[in-house]
Design a protein around this ligand. Structure first.
Ligand code: CA
Length: 234
């Protein structure tokens, strides 16, 4: 598993690199956006995760994230930033980030989130065999391929980000159940303190735009007033 760290503060970058390597990952540090994008676009290297600072010289982390999504929809992007307002977080998610961790961060939390991401992505790591077997779900005119992060709706292909995929899969696997926002937060985002209920609503809005025939009258992802959501497929 290879991690690209985009961070201009040497002490943070080196600390992350050291700890990622202790975990058995390969890690590479770059200090600015253009270098990061060049590496990610270079066929010679392939990365499994981008850890991204927001405040960087020249190009901001937001811009970098948007650029990455222009050519790679599903590489997980974890933002690490001292900015902690909900606007900043919402903006980062809108730019395609999958995770948002505020600085100063708890290293154990970062490492456990990285392990979770990799568990999900690697077919022969921690994922259960049941999870691997049911990688493709089909309902009505929708085909969800969790391995490829792909949703096909009426023959039109959509690529999801890692967290969009995890959330959709979570809904499908728990269909018919009322899922509260706090439970979704705990189960899908491992109770990250940086995820707010608004983040979940934004993710749901994006999923609805993809899978619902009419996202203003959801057929699959129903809102349960005051609680959360319920996925129905019948
Ligand atoms: Ca910085």
């Amino acid at each position: 598993m290879r991690i690209l760290i985009v961070e201009d503060e040497t002490s943070i970058a080196d600390g992350l690199k050291f700890n990622f390597e202790q975990e058995g990952y390969e890690a590479r540090v770059v200090t600015d956006g253009p270098t990061a994008l060049e590496l990610l676009n270079d066929g010679e290297f392939s990365f499994d995760l981008v850890v991204l600072d927001l405040m960087l010289p020249g190009m901001s982390g937001y811009e970098i994230c948007k650029e990455i999504r222009g050519f790679n929809e599903n590489i997980p992007v974890m933002v690490l930033s001292a900015r902690s307002s909900s606007e900043d977080k919402a903006h980062a998610f809108d730019c395609g980030a999958d995770q948002y961790v505020t600085k100063p961060f708890d290293l154990h939390e970062v490492l456990s989130r990285v392990r979770n991401l990799f568990k999900w992505r690697s077919p022969d790591s921690g994922a259960s065999s049941a999870m691997r077997q049911s990688a493709v779900f089909e309902f009505d005119h929708v085909i969800v391929d969790c391995r490829k992060f792909q949703v096909i709706v009426d023959s039109v292909e959509h690529t999801l980000t890692t967290m969009e995929m995890q959330l959709l899969r979570y809904f499908i696997e728990n269909q018919g159940m009322v899922l509260s926002r706090s439970r979704i937060m705990e189960d899908v985002w491992s109770q990250s303190p940086d995820i707010t209920t608004r983040t979940i609503d934004n993710f749901v809005m994006r999923l609805r735009r993809i899978i619902e025939p009419d996202s203003s009258k959801p057929k699959y992802i129903h809102s349960v007033r005051g609680t959360g959501y319920k996925f129905i497929n019948e």
